[in-house]
Design a protein around this ligand. Sequence first.
Ligand code: HPA
Length: 272
Amino acid sequence: MNQKKISDASGYIKEQLKETPLIGLILGSGLGVLGEEIENPVIIPYTDIPHFPESTVSGHKGQLVVGILEGKQVIAMQGRFHYYEGYSMEQVTFPIRVMKDLGIKSIIVTNAAGGINESFQPGDLMLITDHINNMGNNPLIGKNDDELGARFPDMSQGYDREYIKHAETCANEIGISVQKGVYVGNTGPAYETPAEVRMLKIIGGDAVGMSTVPEVIVSRHAGIRVLGISCISNMAAGILDQPLTHHEVIETTEKVRENFLKFVKKIISTLP
Ligand code: HPA
């Protein structure tokens, strides 16, 4: 990872900000609306930021929104970079390095995911307790920059336990129920086969998606505390006897929009 590229990007962003963002937000498929709640937003399209890749999927906007949410300085990514789009792992996780350089201490990573756990229902929100990297790659492969993090970073608490507890308390307070579980990161872009979903269940997965794992690995490498939230947009292939579509994924995330917004705002307002 090239430190100059990181500081080029963060320098460009800093020029436009008056305050230092403390909380990063990655808004997944259909969940970008949270960015619209940010007050006094500074909006920066990815295409304007030096060395930032361009987002290519519909349902993803491709811009940073920086400002105040629930009294906290936040920096939100409306749209992320996926490995299946053809970006390298370094490109996928570049924004994390940049947000770290800007000063964030915590990150809330969100995604849409298919439910593997049969007690889940489409529309459920799941707090990610842990992940399984099933992508066959790792963003930290290559020469390690010791200034950025350890060669062999600990992943025993990838998802911050205090944050999970905090999020559960918030869910109780606003009267919504949330699931907890293990997120499996697959490359996509094809959805899983029913046989693959059965395998993912056996290896301990509760939900499956095509993002998040690289960003969380790099966040932990950088010492950023992570909270992960999956919106269960559909049941994974083969659980119900029906085909999967991206349309269904977006439709479900739109249905849970109100709960999702309320939940994440509550979490941010009192995040330790
Ligand atoms: N599988 C993989 N990624 C997904 C799914 C799924 O079922 N739903 C939303 N993202």
